[in-house]
Design a binder for this molecule. Structure first.
Ligand code: SIN
Length: 486
């Protein structure tokens, strides 16, 4: 392991860190340099099965523990993440590439889900329903769904884990977790901290692997796994849904996005410019909620584009550990090539490059922050998720047109719009076919609110009151023969 950070390099199964079956390992690299950071155990299919064995063994006692006992473990886990903040932040910057300031913010964001669900554990109420007959009592109980399989991405190596694992544990479920092979170190460290917090052996099993499809088959082919929760691409999400049909496992999916970012001519342009900095450049544009299609009303298009170009020109690109860096690398050469292909496609169809458009010289998977104008709906930047630091600006004449363009996609995760007109604010918020709407806000993500998409952007919600519901079954108890005569 590279110096200055600490994380286990072995699988966590049944409360023990151990090598993968067969002893296979995989290299974890720094995307800003291409250098190796660590060699981590690369789980085999038999490890996937062993993880389910461990979770299934831990499930009954964890489910039977009181909500207060589970909340106590989660609260301690939250505190340990705060204690380990510097280490977790550095790990994330090294294996994901994001600037250190963003990694610190992610530790807080990740921990906030643990804190929130530690409290929500105590508020899983159920209810008593008035019956239509006096000799009956109708009870609605909420119970843990059972063993949960969680598959998480590399773009938020900590937060996408806690957003799934914390509500699952709060509800009384044991978890098997496959973190992304690009960022297993943060995941393994989180597993280690949960053990230190008093999490019983087997309630969280962390199994990095390069065999994603075999793991999905193993977990969804096992009827003891009752739920799968996944963040990643829509294509993989659909495949998981198909596989979950075999045992009718519950499914939560947080999938791709194609977020429109609409600036009306009555918007506060300073506010919109601040909004786009987060909505576009957080994690170098590698977020599912990244603003992908920038739609600016004609009257302010030139002024707003000039402002963005100036703002982006000043942003510093580099290694995330370096002082003042605001934009890191793409996660891989493949990620970088996709971004470049989108730019090339737009330019070949008539878009103008106002800034950037190429690769940065030197090691690592960097691309230049880019601003394109004159984009149209035929171009890939307007139809697909770019997942990179590219601002593609198109213009529109009137509100109706902006809404039509915004909704013209199979995705429906997040949308942003900026206006100072209250009537328009209501109208547009209601008309957008998206699970999350940022109204004069480029940074809406928070543990207290539901996060998730319409249409092909997913199923279910993470965070908020809704987040724990995803891990609960509803049981109706009809209690007859109650003698009401006194
Ligand atoms: C994501 O990109 O999927 C998550 C972004 C967020 O939680 O804000």
């Amino acid at each position: 392991m590279v110096e200055g950070v600490r994380a286990p390099e072995n699988l966590l199964v049944g409360g023990v860190f151990r090598a993968a079956a067969g002893g296979r390992t995989m290299a974890v690299e720094d995307p800003a340099t291409g250098e190796r950071l660590a060699l981590v155990a690369d789980g085999a299919t038999s490890d996937a099965a062993a993880a389910v064995d461990a979770a299934a063994a831990a499930q009954p006692a964890w489910q039977a523990a009181s909500a207060y006992e589970r909340a106590k473990v989660l609260r301690k886990w939250f505190e340990l993440q705060q204690r380990d903040k510097e280490n977790l932040a550095r790990l994330m910057t090294l294996e994901n590439g994001k600037p250190l300031k963003e990694s610190y913010a992610e530790v807080d964001y990740a921990a906030s889900f643990v804190e929130w669900f530690a409290e929500e554990a105590k508020r899983v109420y159920g209810r008593v329903v008035p019956a239509s007959r006096s000799d009956k009592r109708l009870l609605v109980l909420k119970q843990a769904v059972g063993v949960v399989a969680a598959i998480t991405p590399w773009n938020f190596p900590a937060a996408m884990i806690t957003r799934k694992v914390a509500p699952a544990l709060a509800a009384g479920c044991a978890v098997v977790l496959k973190p992304a092979p690009e960022t297993p170190l943060t995941a393994l460290r989180l597993g280690e901290l949960l053990l230190e917090a008093g999490g019983p052996a087997g309630v969280l099993n962390v199994v990095p692997t390069t065999e994603a499809a075999a793991f999905a088959d193993a977990w969804l082919g096992d009827p003891r796994v009752r739920k799968i929760t996944f963040t990643g691409s829509t294509a993989v999400g659909k495949e998981l849904m198909r596989k979950a049909a075999g045992h009718v496992q519950k499914v939560s999916l947080e999938l791709g996005g194609q977020a429109p970012f609409i600036v009306f001519d009555d918007a506060d342009l300073d506010q919109a410019a601040v909004g786009i900095a987060t909505a576009k450049f957080r994690n170098a544009g590698q977020t599912c909620v990244a603003a992908n299609r920038i739609l600016v009303q004609q009257g302010v298009a030139e002024a707003f584009t000039d402002r963005i170009v100036e703002q982006v020109r000043r942003m510093r690109v580099g290694h995330g550990l370096a002082e003042g860096v605001e934009i890191g690398p793409m996660i891989s050469e493949r990620g970088r090539q996709k971004v470049l292909a989108h730019v090339e496609d737009a330019v070949s169809q008539g878009a103008a490059v106002r800034l950037g458009g190429g690769v940065m010289s030197g090691p690592g998977y960097f691309v230049e922050p880019t601003v394109l104008t004159g984009v149209s709906s035929k171009m890939r930047v307007m139809r697909e998720e770019t997942f990179g630091p590219v601002i593609a600006v198109a213009t529109f004449r009137e509100e109706r047109e902006a809404i039509a363009i915004a909704n013209q996609t199979e995705y429906g995760l997040a949308a942003y719009f900026f206006t100072r007109d209250a009537a328009r604010a209501w109208r547009v918020a209601e008309a957008l076919e998206y699970g999350i709407v940022g109204l004069n806000d480029g940074a809406f993500s928070t543990a207290q609110a539901p996060f998730g998409g319409y249409k092909e952007s997913g199923l279910g919600r993470e965070g908020g009151l809704e987040g724990i519901e995803e891990f609960l079954e509803t049981k109706f108890v009809s209690w007859g023969g109650v003698d009401a005569g006194l």
